[in-house]
Each structure stands twice: as C-alpha cells, then as structure tokens.
Design a protein. Sequence first.
Length: 301
Amino acid sequence: MLGRPVLGRRMQSKAATERLQSALSYAILLTFLLFVIFPFYWMTVTSFKSEEQMRSLVSMFWPSPFATENYSHLLGKTDFVAWFKNSVIVSVSSTLLATAIGTIGAYALARLRFLGRAFMASAVLITYLVPPSILFIPLYAQIRNLGLADSLTGLIAAYPSFTVPFVTWLLMGYFESIPEELEEAAMIDGATRFGAFYRIVLPLAAPGLLAAGLYAFTQAWNEFLYALVFITDVKLRTLPVGLSSFITGDVYGWGYLMAGAVLTTLPVIAAYIYLQKYMVEGLTAGASRGSRAPATSCRGR
C-alpha cells in the first residue's frame, strides 16, 4: 500500500520532467524558427515600403500604407523579366544535364567493378570540395575557346562543373542502398544492364534523383560568380547579377533589391515546399544500406 503513493509521485515527477523538456524543446525550435524566418519577413516587408517609409522608424515592422511602386518599377522599367527568363532557362537546362550525367556516373561507380573505381569515387568527392572560385579562370578560357562566351549556352555548360560532383556523390549512396538482387533478377529474365537500370533502379531512386536535382537547381539559380564573369550582355544576365546592378557605388536601391529578392526566392521556396519529403528521403537514404525490402519478393517471380 505504501508503494503506490511513492510510485504515483514518481510518475507525476517523470511526467512533469517530460513536459518541461518538451516545452524547452519547443522554445528552442521557436527561437531558431524566428531566427530563420525573420530575414525573409524583413525582406518582404521592406519590398512594400516607399523610400520615405524606409527612412522613418514609424512603420518599421509593417508597411503603412502598402506601396507597390517597387514591384511596378521592377517589372515595368527594368530587365527583370528577361533576367528571370534567363535564370529559368539556365537553371533548368543545367539541372537536367547535371542530373543525367551524375546519375549515369553514380550508377557506374556504385554497381560496376573496374580498375580505378575507388580512385574515381574519391576524385568525385574531392572535386566537389574544390571551390568554384578557383576554377572560373581556366573554365572561362575553355568556354571562350569553344565560342560560348557571353551566351546562356556557356553558362549551361559551365554549371555542371560544380553540380555534377555533388549529384554523383549523393546518388552513389542511394544506388548502393538498392539491393543488387533486383537487377540480377531482371537480367535473369532477359533484361540488359541498361534495361534493369532504367526499369528497376531509376523508379526506386526517384526520391534521390529529385533531391539531387533540387540541389543542382538551387545552386544554379543562386550562382553569381560564373554568371558575372561569363556574361557581359545586360539582356543575358541572370537574376543574381541583374539584381546587383541596382547597387551603384555606395547607393543601394533597397526597394527594388528587396522586391527582386522576394520574386527570386519564391520559385525555390515553392520547389522545396512541394519536394521537401523527397529531399529528406533522398539525403538520408544512403545511411542505411540495403534498407529496401522488395528483393525477396522479386526473386520468386
């Protein structure tokens, strides 16, 4: 009988401790959330302020009244629409190219056995670690020799130099997490190596492909240095370089910069919101090798 009150107090104490830990965890998460969201909030609010509101402290955290002159000027009196179109063309094209090359390379390194395979796998990781700022001078020389300087095609050809290594490195782990027995069963049934890769491996690797493609798209969308060096025509600029033209000396066009930054960020945010579950699954799939389970069922077919 005496043990029940003691046990009850222990359970109450444990429940109180768990509630305290939960409240502390939520407080920490909320702090980090505010820390992450506040810059975007400030950027959005500033984009709806007039020049007078930006200089005053009256409507610091909320524009009163809302001013859309920054967006109307940006879309009607600058080349923002052309820059946006250029960024879409370059980012989508380079992403498709990098994903295709990285997928084939990752599959070869994960599945095929050949001399120098380990060295090539290490070289892919080392190449990914090399800063792009070191490579842009020799890369520009090659682009110019090919006659692709000052063109969007040159950027599309240059961007895979820093996106392909990561795509390859990421997908290597993903392909290794897919049981080889699935491909062996398909090849026993008459499929070729490429047929097994196309019909069996690629559908299973869809989350990894989406994660790698989303990363490559983000890198290409936000890239500044190559676009600045390789492109001189104002009409062919991408968004990061185009928005930098609003800075003249020590004069900043904050309204236009913030409006352009909001419109530039929205496509990436939309892509991440829609594909976030695939992004998480694709980045963590290689952690548990052989976690895919359908191998035994396909053996019996």
